[in-house]
Write a protein that binds this ligand. Structure first.
Ligand code: PMV
Length: 327
């Protein structure tokens, strides 16, 4: 039996624009998904998932990946998670030349599903590592990142950048531009995360931005402007200038809003953080619901989120320098 874990992430800058070749800067956070793989005698795959939500309720799911899970909370999300596990195991089978390998898989995650914190990437990355190690093969981080990207790409029907999977595999802050992915230096970042209890549909949101881009030339320019903002953000990150980073995060949120991917609850949490004195705040990930990330070294944002309508939970998260690891 082998357990591996991988971190979730926030986007400091650049989600959505990264789909069109602009750079993005995600950063790994200290919330992890843990996947345990145990080799079976046959070639079947059984998946058991628990703690799929932030506040720790347990989703008991145990069954073949193509059956309907018997749960009364977010079954669509649980099914989606199963799709990612399936794709991760396929990659592990291919990488180890063991097409018939069967596994019992257990997932435990501290990362809310589909909420912009890279839960699916963390599950895929940890799943590939756990299953390949269980078969006695050690892949390099780059290969895990690449295979995890291919798995996400397949599940999301071609709509995935390398950002989430690369960041989860390597940990730390990273820069992604097309195929070019690398680690970058980052100071200690005082992240505060607000979660509205919901999730956005990444595929639909990415498609919505695509339509806007096709319809309005200024929407295409907005995507390019996000790219310019990311390049400016990289300089602020290198200089450790938290105030400038916050200003640029505010700007990035405004541009994402204009592309139609924010929501009332995300906007409320962003404003609560700003009113509480955060350096800046923005939605993270695909949007439509889920999480915001603020930069605030004080307790202001975390306590303000506790009273913000539509916010289910506010919590602090550290930048996590460690990527995928065997537990
Ligand atoms: O919500 P998440 O964590 O799946 O992030 C999606 C980020 C997008 O840029 C919208 C899509 C992508 O694959 O980069």
């Amino acid at each position: 039996m082998t357990t591996a874990s991988a971190p979730g992430k926030v986007y400091l800058f650049g989600e959505h624009a990264v789909v069109y070749g602009e750079p993005a800067v995600p950063s790994a956070i200290s919330r992890r998904a843990r996947v345990t793989a145990e080799r079976r005698a046959d070639s079947r795959l059984r998946v058991h998932a628990e703690d799929l939500s932030l506040d720790g309720f347990t989703v008991e799911y145990s069954g073949e990946t193509d059956s309907t899970p018997d749960v009364d909370v977010s079954p669509g999300l649980v099914r989606a998670a199963m799709g990612y596990v399936d794709a991760a195991v396929s990659q592990a089978r291919e990488a180890t030349d063991a097409p018939e390998a069967g596994f019992d898989i257990t997932i435990e995650s501290e990362i809310p599903l589909g909420a912009g914190l890279g839960s699916s990437a963390a599950v895929v990355v940890a799943g590939i590592e756990a299953a390949t190690r269980e078969l006695g093969v050690e892949l390099g981080t780059e290969e895990i990142a690449d295979r995890a990207y291919r798995a996400e790409h397949e599940v999301q029907e071609g709509q995935a950048s390398r950002a989430d999977t690369f960041c989860s595999a390597t940990g730390g802050a990273v820069r992604v531009e097309g195929e070019d992915c690398r680690a970058i230096e980052a100071p200690d970042l005082p992240f505060v995360i607000g979660f509205d209890g919901g999730a956005g549909d990444t595929g639909e949101l990415v498609a919505g931005v695509r339509e806007l881009r096709e319809r309005y030339p200024f929407a295409a320019s907005t995507v390019e402007t996000i790219g310019d903002l990311v390049r400016q953000g990289e300089r602020a990150l290198a200089e450790g200038d938290l105030e400038e980073l916050g200003t640029l995060m505010d700007f990035n949120h405004g541009l994402l809003s204009s592309l139609g991917v924010s929501s009332r609850s995300l906007d409320r949490m962003v404003w609560a953080a700003r009113d509480a004195g955060a350096h800046g705040a923005k939605l993270t990930g695909a949007g439509g619901g889920g999480c915001i990330v603020a930069l605030d070294p004080t307790d202001g944002t975390e306590s303000a989120l506790g009273f913000t309508p539509g916010c289910e939970e506010g919590f602090r998260a550290e930048l996590d320098d460690e990527g995928v690891r065997v537990e």
